[in-house]
Design a protein around this ligand. Structure first.
Ligand code: MLT
Length: 397
């Protein structure tokens, strides 16, 4: 008899953003004339940077025979991209990461979901609560049901510390999705010291690092002393450079990072991740990687920063408006997400905004129990839509 993976029965039947899309579609069907403004899923709205577009056009010409044609590329990513990443994202900022420690992929979501395959079924996982659902769901799908939740509350500034954490692997994401909270260097250093002392691992999701404007806040876990022996960092070009529809990201697995066999023998993780990726993945496309390379040119850097500043401008407008309406709001300063205390049921509040204001948000409960009482608002939209959404919220709230 054909057996299913019964772990799937332990997760919700639909992924959070699929559930939201379903409710929005039903609302639109019932009100075909409603102009719905989407501030739910963090999906970019601004066009790609001009440097990226030019580089991708040129890459299409290469593939069309006007330059160097490329078939299968290296599964770890082209050297031209990995070397730029190592230099601009790390070495120029005084961080010792080399190109061979970087593996390019088709986005952070896949890497976040796939990385758990490297570890034993019995490893103990810890995540924040609320949390990006991918970390939890992918571990439950793999049979790890007993996941430790670290409450992220207004009392701890939405940044839990390692005290009392008994896990082997902790997922940390800063700037945080969904709360928009940022972690100080001292807070991250405490986690690094904890992980090194316990021989544990930090899976650091830095998908939103490009939104950090406060120079005191680390943009990489490797800014902390000792992080190379206890942390994997996952990055994305989705929010940094508007690649949600293009798909590209990368994961840093330092050469010195190990996990252990049952007999205590250390096993380096970088060759394992390389083995996994070269077996199950054929690499991001040449055209995509040429586009990603252009992000690292001086013009590309400036263009991408300007687009992020624009989204941060949206966040500020919405944060100010919600505060004027009397709501407690976290995030939005070094992050594209606002975390709004709605002092009530988050799905009810979500439905109210959808039905009465035609504005889509994300209910906090969708990110975990401790998200109840909050909604997440994304700053990814046009300025006109953000201003219009603010006017509608003022009327409804
Ligand atoms: C979000 O809205 O949380 C993100 O866009 C989802 C993702 O990056 O997969």
């Amino acid at each position: 008899m054909l057996h299913v993976n019964e772990n799937y029965s332990k997760i919700k039947p639909t992924y959070l953003f699929a559930e939201i899309a379903h409710r929005v579609t039903a609302h639109q069907k019932a009100h075909p004339d409603a102009k719905v403004i989407r501030l739910g899923i963090g999906d970019v709205t601004e066009p790609l940077a001009p440097s990226v577009i030019a580089a991708m056009h040129k890459a299409v010409d290469d593939e069309g025979g006007k330059g160097d044609f490329h078939g299968y590329g290296p599964e770890q990513g082209y050297a031209f991209l990995r070397e730029k990443i190592a230099k601009v994202d790390f070495q120029d900022r005084g961080i010792d990461i080399s190109a061979d420690e970087i593996l390019v992929s088709d986005g952070a979501k896949c890497d976040c979901g796939n990385i758990q395959e490297l570890f034993g079924a019995d490893v103990k996982i810890a995540v924040g609560d609320p949390v990006y659902p991918v970390y939890v769901d992918t571990n439950v799908m793999a049979g790890r049901h007993d996941i430790m939740l670290l409450p992220c509350t207004a009392e701890n500034g939405f940044v839990p510390g390692p005290e009392g954490c008994e896990a082997d692997i902790v997922y940390l994401c800063y700037p945080n999705n969904p709360t928009g909270a940022i972690a100080t260097k001292a807070q991250l250093q405490a986690w690094v010291d904890w992980a090194n002392a316990k021989k544990a691992l930090i899976l650091f999701d830095a998908a939103y690092e490009a939104f950090i404007r406060n120079p005191e806040i680390p943009r990489s876990i490797y800014e902390c002393a000792g992080a190379k022996t206890c942390a994997i960092e996952i990055r994305s070009f989705s929010k940094t450079a508007g690649f949600t529809g293009i798909r590209c990201g990368y994961t840093v697995v330092p050469n010195e990072l190990v996990a252990y066999n049952a007999d205590g023998t250390p096993v380096p993780l970088r060759p394992m991740w390389t083995r996994r990726q070269t077996t199950k993945f054929n690499g991001a496309s040449y055209i995509t990687q040429r586009g990603a390379e252009a992000i690292y040119s001086p013009e590309g850097q400036k263009e991408c920063k300007d687009i992020i500043d624009f989204y941060l401008g949206n966040a500020k407008l919405m944060k100010d408006a919600l505060k004027t309406l009397g709501y407690d709001v976290t995030g939005g300063d070094d992050s594209p997400y606002l975390w709004v205390n709605v002092k009530g049921d988050s799905w009810e509040f979500f439905d109210k905004l959808l039905k009465e204001a035609n504005v889509v948000t994300t209910p906090g409960a969708g990110f975990g129990k401790a998200g109840e009482g909050y909604i997440r608002i994304s700053a990814f939209n046009s300025r006109a839509n953000v201003l219009e959404a603010i006017e509608r919220l003022k009327k409804v709230l």
